[in-house]
Write a protein of this length. Structure first.
Length: 246
């Protein structure tokens, strides 16, 4: 295995540091890793749906678990953001019964994704929402980065660790209607439509994503600042002994 202590200063002759962004959507996570790892980085996105706005170098449409099992060992870091619609509070308790009554189902693939990742012997990150099955190694919030969204997300770290950053006090409320009352505040609701929720331009500005105007995918995308932080933490924890895949 090649020892590669700092990919940001790597000579151009060395092969790029390879990152896999699974369930990549438009590539919010991809852009953050690009910023963290610099130009000597090649990022492949995988998603079950076509993603014409994908931000990375290569895109593969297909099943992320199958792709990880077949190709995951070729990457130096693997990030996966499994679909969160079936993981959070809206699909638990009475909501779960309501969804079942109308035949609405959501994929829940965190466990099989983790199992696939563990076969690769590569460091990984799994990202998801509160209430999901991800191990809560790190929690990030938009307020940590001065963003106009809160968007709490949790990160399970496989094969490496880092410390939880300080979670600052929120400066106010999320703008919008709640139970018939309108509240103003420094944050926009980057989910759903109506009720004072964020427009396309507001989501683009709040998350720092300027390459797509797809409202649904903008809502789903991670702010790049989150994975820029994760990528920097990964480098800080592994730089002295970083193993690059053969």
């Amino acid at each position: 295995m090649t020892q590669h202590p700092d990919i940001r200063r790597a000579p151009a002759a060395l092969r790029p540091f390879r990152v896999l962004d699974g369930c990549c959507c438009i590539g919010g996570a991809t852009e953050g890793y690009r910023r963290a790892f610099g130009p000597n980085c090649h990022i492949t996105g995988v998603d079950i749906e076509p993603q014409p706005d994908y931000r990375g170098d290569t895109f593969h449409q297909g099943d992320v678990i199958e792709f990880i099992r077949a190709h995951g060992h070729r990457f130096d870091l693997i990030h996966v953001s499994p679909p969160c619609q079936g993981e959070g509070a809206p699909t638990k308790g009475t909501n779960a019964a309501r969804n079942a009554a109308i035949g609405r189902t959501y994929p829940r693939i965190i466990s099989p994704v983790r199992a696939a990742l563990e076969t690769t012997d590569r460091p990984y990150v799994i990202e998801n929402v509160a209430g999901s099955e991800v191990r809560k190694d790190v929690r990030l919030c938009g307020e940590m980065f001065g963003l106009a969204v809160l968007m709490h997300r949790y990160f399970e770290l496989g094969g490496w660790t880092t410390l939880q950053p300080t979670h600052p006090r929120h400066r106010g409320r999320v703008r919008g209607w709640r139970h018939g009352e309108y509240f103003d505040g420094p944050y926009v609701a980057a989910y759903g439509k109506g009720g004072g929720k964020a427009t396309v331009e507001e989501i683009r500005a709040a998350k720092g994503i300027d390459w797509s105007t797809d409202h649904l995918r903008l809502r789903e995308a991670l702010p790049p600042t989150y994975t820029e932080w994760i990528g920097a933490a990964f480098l800080a924890s592994l730089a002295p002994t970083l193993r690059v895949a053969a």
